[in-house]
Design a binder for this molecule. Structure first.
Ligand SMILES: Nc1ncnc2c1ncn2[C@@H]1O[C@H](COP(=O)(O)OP(=O)(O)O)[C@@H](O)[C@H]1O
Ligand SMILES: [Mg+2]
Length: 243
């Protein structure tokens, strides 16, 4: 099993005020799955994604990654897993502004164990998302859809096993959103595990499994029937002026 969460609890403690955000999550994800995590705003989706992605530690519970218990891993060991096995895509893109598309995508390689051919790898990742012609554009001079594709290239550049995407289409128009979903689908077809957070059922139906969370608990975990599954077409190059 790639990911196995056993009774994961996450509380936030702000000056003695305890917020219980995850209340005993049990979840297993196999390599190659495409899982959508759904639920209303505030239900704990992002917290769950941050916990599975080692951006944050659970308060209690057991997390096995590739069958290894990560409980006693120190911060360096967690950072190593994160950098070599996990790519993140966020709703707000999180690119460095006034920095070229190519440099944004090369950045994670600086923190990785990859020593050679950084530029070549970044170019290939950008070609894979259809942005091979935009390498020297500044990240603030491209459209929202293009920004999100740069973010996907950045997530891909270290060749991760899993990609976490938190509301990746939340700030995009429907055409750019379709292109982003098409890229995620293709990455999954190539065998990469995708964990997608969304509150939009139409977006979730791109996945092969939908996990619904409410008030920090999984209330439903179902496979998407093939007949209901949605597949996107890539939309030809978007217009450039939308920012
Ligand atoms: N650092 C934090 N401190 C305290 N409460 C937090 C913190 N981060 C998130 N929360 C709370 O946890 C709950 C779940 O948040 P989140 O995981 O972002 O939900 P979702 O992504 O489903 O909208 C919310 O009530 C939020 O206010
Ligand atoms: Mg969220």
């Amino acid at each position: 099993m790639l990911i196995e969460l056993k009774n994961i609890v996450k509380n936030y403690d702000n000056g003695g005020v305890i917020t219980k955000v995850l209340r005993g999550i049990n979840l297993s994800v196999d390599e190659g799955e495409f899982v959508a995590i759904m639920g209303p705003s505030g239900s704990g989706k992002s917290t769950l994604m941050h916990t599975i992605g080692f951006l944050d530690r659970p308060t209690t519970g057991t997390y096995l990654f590739e069958d290894k218990n990560t409980e006693n891993f120190n911060d360096d060991e967690l950072a190593k897993i994160r950098n070599s096995h996990i790519g993140f895509v966020f709703q707000s893109f999180n690119l460095l502004p006034r920095t070229s598309v190519l440099d944004n995508v090369m950045l994670p390689l600086l923190y990785s164990s990859v020593r050679a051919n950084h530029e070549n790898r970044a170019r290939k990742a950008l070609e894979a998302v259809g942005l091979g012609e935009r390498l020297s554009y500044m990240s603030n001079q491209i459209s929202g859809g293009q920004k999100q594709r740069v973010a996907i290239a950045r997530a891909l550049v270290c060749d991760p096993k899993v990609i976490f995407a938190d509301e990746p289409t939340g700030n995009l128009d429907s055409k750019s959103g379709a292109t982003v979903m098409n890229i995620l689908e293709n990455l999954n077809k190539e065998g990469r595990t995708i964990i997608l957070v969304t509150h939009d059922k139409q977006v979730a139906l791109h996945a092969n499994r939908i996990v619904t969370i409410r008030d920090g608990e999984i209330v439903e975990d179902v496979l998407v029937p093939a007949s209901e599954r949605v597949f996107s077409k890539a939309v030809a190059e978007e217009e450039d002026e939308s920012r």
